[in-house]
Design a protein. Structure first.
Length: 195
């Protein structure tokens, strides 16, 4: 009887450990496959109707600057390398390179007839020594272009994120100036910089 209790207790401990390990692995898998990293922030100042100055900042500073754009929407493009899911779970992240920024019109007729300017960004957001490793066929799943676009609001700050599968964008209201001496531009720069 005592031996049966010992074996049962041992099995309960082993099965509890296996269940805890399974739950931990599931959480890790979810966290790694849904990982997002902010790669750019931007806001817009109006110049005229459907003409804006876009202020773009990247964490590494490679693709930042101010850009004249036309339209009622904006778009950012990246060259993207998606890795195998098991490589993501083991801690490797998708690679990207910001390549283009431009304004666009939601109406196709205006897109084809109104002024349009596109900018080459050339940001290197992950093509490094790891780039050579992920080019190995057993690590890389796909190589493609990823793009995101949204309407322009001069009252919003946009953040572009790199996921394991492509780009996405989220917006937040611009921060309000604190006190009479603080400028809106200074507050936005402070907010983007994380101060």
């Amino acid at each position: 009887m005592f031996r049966l209790v010992k074996v049962s207790l041992f099995l309960i401990i082993v099965l509890s450990g296996a269940l805890a390990g399974s739950v931990a692995l599931t959480i890790l898998t979810y966290a790694r496959l849904s990982d997002e990293k902010p790669i750019a922030s931007l806001y817009f100042e109006p110049v005229a109707e459907e003409h804006f100055v876009a202020h773009l900042a990247t964490p590494d500073g490679d693709a930042g600057g101010s850009f004249d754009i036309y339209g009622d929407q904006w778009r950012i493009d990246a060259a993207f390398m998606k890795l195998q899911p098991w490589a993501n779970i083991l801690g490797m992240d998708a690679r990207y390179k910001l390549v283009r920024f431009e304004g666009r019109y939601s109406d196709i007729e205006r897109e084809n007839t109104q002024p349009h300017i596109a900018y080459e960004l050339g940001s290197d957001g992950g093509f490094d020594l790891g780039y050579l490793l992920v080019k190995l066929p057993f690590l890389m799943d796909a190589q493609y272009g990823s793009s995101t676009f949204t309407d322009i609001s001069e009252d919003a700050v946009y953040t572009v994120y790199r996921t394991q599968f492509g780009l996405l964008v989220r917006s937040e209201p611009k921060p309000e100036p604190i006190g009479e001496k603080a400028s809106v531009l200074g507050q936005v720069r402070s907010w983007i910089g994380g101060d």
